[in-house]
Design a protein around this ligand. Structure first.
Ligand SMILES: C[S@@+](CC[C@H](N)C(=O)[O-])C[C@H]1O[C@@H](n2cnc3c(N)ncnc32)[C@H](O)[C@@H]1O
Length: 397
């Protein structure tokens, strides 16, 4: 149902102020020609010393900020009107999703549901992957007692936190119409490139299936042994009709297309192959956690001054090389029409390779300054990123 923004915001405010039934609110996406302070804000009611407050949480890439505010019409209305394109209000009886169109009106959809309210102040982080899930035993992360093997704890955490970011990003992309609503006939296609032992591949398949998202998942790795092992696991789990593995190079994979492309620690320029494959195939959502970065580091022969002050220290030069590599990857994605964020997907104690490039395809045209910045950085450092060479020349010149 279409209605004016004012009407939609007022109604949503009233729903949010009804803290007896409010479950949660999610603000995401950006309205045309507007910018928002945070990529996404989650709001839920919490009980603190007998008063019910609204807890706002939002991340800036590395840290999550939480604020508890008294429910008041004024700030809630201002927040709803501050530029978010998707507003989801969940109540115990149902959920209302509001999508603000490019024309500037609101499309509202209500779905009757039965949801439970949780007013706990310090909500414990809920595990997405139950350690006793049979797939974790099959892939070798858990033992027969349903306990995570100590040697696999870090990988388990990486996969869990990766999913924690994938799921809301996906929900927002579906709510915003960037990705179609997956159905049994038209499932969400996900490709995991450089999947290795497929911990993430199976986790994405199992978790999304468990929350009712029909998926078709493909894992690609150049090693034939990985393909054999992973296809056998899929058969053992009885899911081989919706998850398959291929032993192929990413750059020349026969996989055709994906709505969502994921990669966890694909080595060096395999990450660039991944991004190039995703962009060339028009993937809507990319979540890429890069691994080692040799390509640019090897090209950084002479530092433009005054950067010599940094690169004279080997360690700093290496880290700067990593930063330049991922910044230029993000810049290329921006130029190709993606909305990009670089975030830490997990604490550094679980992996030093804890950065993630998250990109959502948008129809906004990039500003000319972005290409200019990209070119200037490359010229100053005398570098040409591997990714640029893998994309059609007319985009990057
Ligand atoms: C560090 S492992 C990560 C595996 C898995 N994603 C994980 O997080 O456990 C990198 C994987 O990428 C694969 N790989 C590296 N370069 C590749 C390429 N060009 N094409 C396909 N697979 C590649 C390797 O065989 C290896 O299994």
């Amino acid at each position: 149902m279409a209605l004016s923004l004012d009407e939609a915001f007022k109604d949503a405010c009233m729903q949010i102020l009804d803290t007896n039934s409010l479950v949660r609110v999610v603000l995401s996406g950006r309205r045309r020609n507007m910018s928002t302070e945070h990529e996404r804000i989650d709001i839920r009611p919490v009980e603190i010393k007998t008063a019910v407050l609204l807890q706002l949480s939002y991340g800036d890439g590395s840290a999550n900020t939480v604020k508890n505010l008294a429910p008041e019409y004024g700030w809630i209305f201002d927040l709803l009107a501050s530029g978010y394109a998707h507003i989801l209000v969940e109540q115990t009886e149902g959920s209302t999703s509001i999508r603000i169109t490019k024309r500037g009106d609101a499309q509202r959809h209500y779905e009757k549901r039965s949801l439970t309210q949780n007013l706990d102040h310090d909500k414990k982080k809920r595990r997405l992957l139950d350690p006793s899930d049979p797939f974790l035993l099959e892939v070798g992360i858990a033992d027969h007692k349903g306990l995570i093997k100590p040697s696999k704890k870090d990988k388990y955490m990486q996969v869990e936190e990766f999913l924690r970011l994938l799921v809301p990003t996906l929900e927002s992309a579906i709510a915003g119409g960037d990705i179609h609503q997956p159905t049994e006939k038209a499932p969400l296609s996900i490709v995991d490139l450089g999947c290795g032992h497929a911990y993430l591949t199976f986790a994405a398949h199992q978790y999304l299936s468990s929350i009712g998202v029909p998926v078709m998942v493909t894992g690609i790795d150049l090693r034939a042994a990985s393909r054999e092992r992973n296809n056998t696991i899929a058969q053992n789990l009885g899911i081989s009709s919706t998850i398959t593995f291929r032993a192929e190079e990413i750059a020349t994979t026969t996989a055709q297309h994906a709505d969502v492309v994921i990669a966890l620690h694909a080595c060096d320029t395999a990450t660039d192959d991944t991004i190039a494959w995703a962009v060339n195939g028009g993937a809507k959502l990319l979540l890429i956690a890069p691994c080692c970065h040799h390509d640019i580091q090897q090209q950084m022969q002479e530092s433009p001054e005054p950067w010599g002050a940094v690169t004279k220290f080997g360690l700093m030069k290496e880290r700067l090389g990593d930063l330049i590599t991922d910044s230029l990857r993000a810049q290329i994605l921006r130029i190709m029409g993606y909305r990009v964020e670089i975030i830490e997907f997990i604490g550094g104690e679980h992996t030093p390779r804890n950065l993630m490039i998250r990109a959502v395809k948008s129809d906004a045209s990039p500003e000319a300054i972005e290409l200019l910045r990209y070119r200037q950085i490359c010229t100053q450092w005398g570098i040409k990123p591997a990714l640029e060479k893998k994309l059609p020349s007319f985009f990057i010149g």
